[in-house]
Design a protein around this ligand. Sequence first.
Ligand code: PMP
Length: 365
Amino acid sequence: MSRRELIKNGIEEISEYVPGKSIDEIALSYGLNPDAIIKLGSNENPLGPSPEAVDALERHRAHSQLSVYPSADAGELVKALSEYTEFPESNLVASGPGMDGLMDNLMRLVISKGDEVIIPTPTFSYYEIAARANGASPVFVKRGNDFNVGAESILEAESSRTKMIFICSPNNPSGNLIDERELRSIAESAKGLVFVDEAYAEFAYRNMSDLVTEYDNLVVGRTFSKAFGLAGMRIGYGIMPQWLKSEYMRVSTPFNLSRPAITSGIAALSDTRHLKQSVELARNGRKYLKDNIPFKVYDSQSNFVLVDVAPQKAQEICERLLEEGIIVRDCTSFRDAGDSLIRVTVGTHIQNKRVVEAFKNLYLG
Ligand code: PMP
């Protein structure tokens, strides 16, 4: 038997997750000064982490207890999340690593080999990876004009084996929200769990968490990686019906959040100043980018915008931007995204101005 046969069937279908490029990688490949490079390819917070989170790590000496396991369910963070979200603790779970960990635990809970999950494309690529790794077959439904998701097309794609439906809102990479009526129609009729990924909820004018109290098959996923600026801490959380939390806790990896993660997460939730500044920066910046980048830019409710550089190719434009030390995200690797879309994270105003100038120089209008 070859060693490869140890690996379960279906894994060969998975393409490894493609992360945004790092500053060090680009400095090395293009011979650039790392300080001159701007990283707008991973939707991180240009203001950095919440200062209160950083202070808390130092003040509370989270490190002095590193030899002792944290609480298994990150209960202190769940309590703080309850205040922040106004949901009872019985509706909340804290997850690590990040929201990715939440999705993985949910899939371990509901998926048996041969089950299906529905993924409206183009969207965040980890849904497909986690689905396949857990033995499910993804069923892809292409989003409509302007990347909208229609309930009809989702419900048509459902089968008796559908266990989860992934709705990213605001969607990565397009930035649009799902229409509430469409989401209600999906939740009303779906047999599977409806997972609403709200990684970018804080930047939008509206979120869908209220629906958790109305539909017993709807789960909302959130993260500290974006508005709270804690991508390096890998903290996520879920808002879910009570019955589901009890089941979830049976399979959740224990101690899946580290002590520093719990400490910094609690502090970040109380840092309303940083949150407000981060949200304002994203809202003003996305408008500035939309108004000033000469290509087609989609409306966004998030901390990034999607630029269509057709008839030029995203890959070529991204390459030219990299040469200038600007890292953005070429969406060619996103399923059903075509080859002319580029996702640009909103940066500081100075960074946004540099991005606009660079796009202007590449516009062949
Ligand atoms: N969902 C979406 C839509 C994302 O864009 C990301 C991160 N890029 C995640 C989930 C993962 O979040 P986390 O960092 O909490 O794992």
